[in-house]
Design a protein around this ligand. Structure first.
Ligand code: HEM
Length: 485
C-alpha cells in the first residue's frame, strides 16, 4: 500500500526572493505546511540542497544530501553549532540546557548525563518506569475503552501523557501522574506545551523582528511565553530545592534521576540545573509519543506487519523482559521504517561559525543557518529507491540461515532521525526500549483501530517535534487470540 507522493506537485520551485524581504512572502504563505513545502522543493532540486533567502539578507541552507549531512554533523562539526538565532529563540524557555548549548557547557552536560543511559540504568528504566506506567496506567485505560466500546478521542494525547510521566521520573525523579483515567489537565504540562510551541514559532518566524517587538511590549504570544516559563521554572525550582534538602540530609541521593546526578556531582547552580532538566523533558517527551502515534496508524493499514510483530511478541514471555525487548528485531525495524516516513524531529538546524564550502560546492557564509531536512530524506527516491513510499520494515532486515530476522542498519547520515556524529541523540537506545515495550504491551492484548471519518488521512505537522494534527481518535478492541487477524 503506497503513501501519497510529495504533498504538492505545483509548488516545488525555489521561491522568488525580493530585496529586504527575501522569500518571506512565500515562507508566510506556506507556513502552515512548511515541512512538506521545503521537502517538496528538495525532492525536485538536483543537488538536494538549496538556499532560502530570509529577511534582511540572512540565508538558510536546506539539504537532504547525506554527504552534506555528514559534513555538518561530523567532518566539520566545530563549524556547525546551535548558534545565535536558536539561542535567542529558545533561550527564554531552555536557558543553557543541552539543546541550546555549545562548547564546554554542552560537553559538560553530555558527559554527566550520559551515565543515565548506560545498560544498568536502562534496565532499571524498563523495569521500574515503563513497565509500571504500562500495567498500572495505560492498560487499564485501554481495557476500559475496549469494554465500553467507546472511542478514545485522542490516542496521541494518551501516548504523550505516558511519555511525559516517564521522562519526568528520569529527569526529576518526580511523577506528575499525568496519565490517569480522568486525563487531568495540569498547569505544568500546559505551560510546557506553550513554551515549546511559542519558542518554535519564534525560531521559524518569517519576520523575527515581530516577536522581538512583542517581547519588548510584553503582549500576545510573548506574554504567554513569559507566563509559561514562570510556571515551568516555578515547579522545577521547588523540585530542585526539595532534592537539595534531601541530599543535605542523606549526604548521597538514592534516586538516580538526571537532576540527582548533577546535584551529587557537586553542581548546585539552581538556574543551570533547571535548564538541564527542562531540555531533557523536551527531548524525551514528544519524540517517542510522536513516533508511536504514527507507528500505530501505519500498523492499522498494514496487517501483515502487525502479524509479523505479533509473532515476535508471542515468542516472548507475557511481561516482556529487558533482554527480550532488546531482541525484538522485527518491531525495531518497523519502528525505524515508521520514523523514516514520519520522523519525530522533522528538521534540524545549525549555524555556521565561519565561512565554509559544503561537499556539493554550496558556499556557506559565517552566520548562515544550515538545516538538514530529516523528513525530506526519509522520502527521497535517491536514498530509498523507487519504493520509498512503501511502508516496508523488511528493507531494514535480512533472514539468516535459520530463517530468523536480523537487523541491517542504515548509514546514519542518510537516516539522521536521531541526528549523528558527536551530538547523536543520547536517548536513542532508551527510546527504542520504551517504544518496543509499549508496542509489545499494547498489541499483545489490544488492537488499535483508527476512528477517523471515512477517507480522512491524518496530517503531519510540527513545532519542534512532530504531531498528528487534530489528534488520533481510535477504537480499542480486545484480542481474543494473540494472532487473530
Ligand atoms: C524516537 C525518539 C527520539 C528521537 C527521534 C530523537 C531525536 C533526536 C534528535 C534529532 C536530536 C538532535 C537535536 C538537536 O541537536 O537539535 C536529539 C538529541 C538529543 N536527544 Fe533525542 N530523540 C528521541 C528520544 C530521546 C529520549 C527518550 C531522550 C532522553 C531522555 C533523548 C535525549 C536527547 C538528548 C539529551 C539530546 C541532545 C544531545 C546533544 O546535543 O548532545 N532523546 N534527539
Amino acid at each position: 500500500k503506497s503513501l501519497k507522493p510529495p504533498s504538492s506537485t505545483t509548488n516545488t520551485t525555489i521561491p522568488k526572493s525580493y530585496p529586504i524581504f527575501g522569500s518571506a512572502f512565500s515562507v508566510a504563505a506556506n507556513f502552515h505546511r512548511r515541512v512538506q513545502w521545503i521537502s517538496d522543493i528538495l525532492q525536485t532540486t538536483p543537488s538536494s540542497t538549496f538556499i532560502l533567502h530570509r529577511t534582511f539578507g540572512s540565508r538558510q541552507v536546506f539539504t537532504a544530501n547525506p554527504l552534506v549531512v555528514q559534513h555538518i554533523l561530523k567532518t566539520n562539526f566545530p563549524c556547525y553549532r546551535k548558534g545565535l538565532t536558536l539561542n535567542r529563540s529558545l533561550g527564554d524557555f531552555l536557558g543553557n540546557g543541552i539543546f541550546n548549548a555549545d562548547g564546554e557547557t554542552w560537553k559538560f552536560q553530555r558527559q554527566i548525563s550520559s551515565h543515565e543511559f548506560n545498560a544498568k540504568s536502562l534496565r532499571k528504566f524498563v523495569k521500574t518506569v515503563v513497565d509500571v506506567e504500562l500495567s498500572d496506567r495505560l492498560a487499564p485505560i485501554l481495557s476500559e475503552a475496549s469494554k465500553n466500546q467507546t472511542i478514545l478521542p485522542d490516542f496521541q494525547d494518551i501516548l504523550q501523557r505516558f511519555t511525559f510521566d516517564n521522562i519526568c521520573v528520569i529527569a526529576f525523579g518526580f511523577d506528575p501522574e499525568y496519565l490517569l483515567p480522568s486525563l487531568p489537565e495540569t498547569a505544568f504540562v500546559k505551560a510546557f506545551d506553550n513554551g515549546t510551541r511559542i519558542s518554535s514559532l519564534r525560531f521559524n518566524a518569517a519576520v523575527p523582528l515581530i516577536w522581538k517587538v512583542k517581547k519588548i511590549l510584553n503582549i500576545g504570544s510573548e506574554r504567554q511565553l513569559k507566563e509559561a516559563v514562570a510556571e515551568v521554572r516555578g515547579l522545577a525550582t521547588k523540585i530542585v530545592r526539595d532534592k537539595k534538602k534531601e541530599l543535605k540530609e542523606k549526604s548521597t541521593l538514592e534516586s538516580l534521576d538526571i537532576l540527582s546526578r548533577f546535584l551529587s556531582s557537586g553542581y548546585s547552580d539552581e538556574s543551570f540545573v533547571i535548564d538541564i532538566v527542562i531540555s531533557f523533558i523536551l527531548a524525551g517527551r514528544d519524540t517517542t509519543s510522536a513516533a508511536l502515534t504514527w507507528f500505530f496508524w501505519l500498523l492499522s493499514k498494514h496487517s501483515h506487519v502487525e502479524n509479523e510483530i505479533l509473532k515476535e511478541i508471542t515468542a516472548k514471555s507475557e511481561s516482556v523482559s529487558y533482554d527480550e525487548v532488546k531482541d525484538m528485531v522485527y518491531t525495531h525495524a518497523a519502528l525505524c521504517e515508521s520514523m523514516r516516513l514520519y520522523p519525530p524531529v522533522p528538521v534540524d538546524t545549525k549555524e555556521a561559525a565561519y565561512d565554509d564550502v559544503l561537499p556539493d560546492g554550496t558556499l556557506v557564509k559565517k552566520g548562515w543557518r544550515v538545516a538538514y531536512h530529516i523528513y525530506a530524506m526519509g522520502r527521497s527516491e535517491k536514498i530509498w529507491g523507487p519504493d520509498w513510499a512503501e511502508f516496508r520494515p523488511e528493507r531494514w532486515l535480512s533472514r539468516d540461515e535459520d530463517e530468523m530476522w536480523s537487523f541491517v542498519g542504515m548509514d546514519p547520515y542518510s537516516y539522521p532521525v536521531f541526528q549523528a556524529g558527536p551530538r547523536v541523540c543520547l536517548g536513542k537506545e532508551m527510546a527504542f526500549l520504551q517504544m518496543k515495550r509499549v508496542v509489545a504491551g499494547v498489541l499483545r492484548e489490544f488492537r488499535v483501530v483508527p476512528a477517523m471519518e471515512k477517507g480522512v488521512e491524518p496530517e503531519y505537522t510540527a513545532h519542534l517535534t512532530a504531531l498528528m494534527k487534530g489528534g488520533f481518535p481510535v477504537r480499542i478492541e480486545k484480542r481474543s487470540h494473540i494472532i487473530d487477524q
